[in-house]
Design a protein around this ligand. Sequence first.
Ligand code: P6P
Length: 335
Amino acid sequence: MPENHVVTISRFLIEQERKIAETTTGTFTSLLSNIALAAKVISYQVNRAGLAEILGETEQENFHGERIQKLDLFADDVMQKALDHTGLITCMASEENEFFLPVPENFPSGDYVVIYDPLDGSSNIDVNVSIGTIFSIHSKISDSDRGELKDCLQAGKHQVAAGYVLYGSSTMLVYTTGAGVHGFTLDPSIGEFVLSHKNMRFPDPSRRVYSINEAHYPGWETGQQLLVDYLKNEGDFSSRYIGSLVADFHRTLLQGGIFMYPAGQGAPEGKLRLLYECAPIAMLAEQAGGRASTGARDVLEIIPHSLHQRIPLYVGNREFVDLAEDFLAEEDSAT
Ligand code: P6P
């Protein structure tokens, strides 16, 4: 294929589906293409947020008690409308909604379950820091054609796909269907996501970067404090922290390192949500040759007990995640 050949996400999906299944039904390609469409619409608004009256907070709070930003609501609505009529899904679950969302009665249902955080890191919107959409796709396991809670509460290892959209200096869509991790950059001149990062993998950890909010240090368990002390003083690491999971993970994936959001004061199970953030990020990490752990066990092995379950997250190069587990286990065994 000539170097200058533009490979759009739709073309790449079709080529990948041909490799995975002899008979390509195209439903999966259609599902991811609809998510890509939603990403374009959200990207347009995010990139003009400073101009449109869409900045800032609403009077509403989500049931986590977090003030909902106007763009959160917009992004949630765009994701739902991009998927609900397709006949491809049986239900959805959004980080912005307390309960799962059955496909409306007036639309046909399908076999997939889409779980998503429509705009993660939204507290960064008003200061123009990169934010992201995260999505996780399962096949339904219930007999209901409008979905059941158990369709959403599946272990991350059963995901059929996962990905994120990063609204940064450029808009990128990064996804995996279990056949590697592939990144596409939105070309505004043609309105298409174009293949820009094929087969993304954590690089050998030449750049030893750890990423964590050190303001929470006093609330960490001792093993976590000793781990960060080691990384700072003996591990020859540098530190980067954006405070937006998609941006922090994307940098870790491209440059190597480890991102950590441990349990701590005010977040006894950790802050990040298993279904909407950690499980999709974990599938991407494993597919890119890395690891994702709670500090004690693989994220992908956890069977969720509730839609908004939170867990600690350690994700990045395999050897760094292993190191983190060693520090935490050592302290546990000492106490
Ligand atoms: P803290 C954003 O609010 C978010 O959910 C993630 O995107 C990010 O990694 C984390 O919270 C940042 O949390 O406590 O460092 O502000």
